[in-house]
Design a protein. Sequence first.
Length: 337
Amino acid sequence: MPAHLDPRLLRSFLAVAEELHFTRAAARLYVAQQALSRDVRRLERDLGVELFVRTTRQVTLTADGERLVPHARRVLQAQDDLLAAFGSARPLLVDLNSPGLATGRRVLLRARELAPEQELMARYESGLTGAAVEIAAGRLDASFGRYAGLDPALRRQLDHQIVRYEPMAVVLPEDHPLVALAEVPLAALAGEHVYAGAGNPRTPEWTGLARSLFEGRGIEVAAPVPLAVGDEEFRRIMTKTRNPILAVVDFPAMPGTVVRPLVEPVPLSPVSLVWRKGLVHSALDALRRAALELGLAESWLERPDGAWIPAIDMNMTSDHKCDNVNIGRTSALDSST
């Protein structure tokens, strides 16, 4: 018997005990069926008892499971009372990187619709590394970006949920020869120096993604430029350098530039929702649910055939992708897991 029990495990147990169906319980908690099953198995190991009898047709509580139900309810009610008094009442501070990027903003807007009683406040830290430092310090609650590109010491303090594999693009001066193409093959950028945030201490995860993409293709990461604060200053600096800019397809338009999707192969930028490990907040639940809903509705987690993504990102997001796409989907046999 462990000295401490994670309340999340009790919440998972109680949802299954009340639904007697793993998939319905997972949908109720906005987690994946596989993750819920892992939580229940871990609780059983921690307590040294079997809590459910599982067959292909039904799930029933064992005697030990029945005995645990009232204890679990009392513990979770006490936690809910505490959060109501101190935790969930405060605003959730959500970093969107910059005002023009669409993925995080759309997830935030949907979360506000799902939880109108909660206050979700937008912040703009310009990059996930900068935001992650603030999250770890408790000055920010959540952000969006490339989780695999963070320093491992930071990752250990964070949890994440893959939200989207976002197709990448290049922003070109409007008189650049490649503007004539509706889509720009990566090979066509050979010999170019492409801006990817080099030297910006808030965005090394993005520069690292660019270096991986450009390696062996004859494309160079452009040298650092003066750190620009705000959209207007960024546009001014980019106009002076005239370097192409590595971006995503939803990158907001800038005067005198054209956005073109990259192809052959299609490079993907993995976007995760990232939050402080152990954070419990009703608005975070709404944010996670919003990310899942949009991902399913708009196929954000599907990858084109032959798409490019770094191996480290695939290793860190494949389990999350598998979990996310199974949320809310039922079958005749899934109550057995």
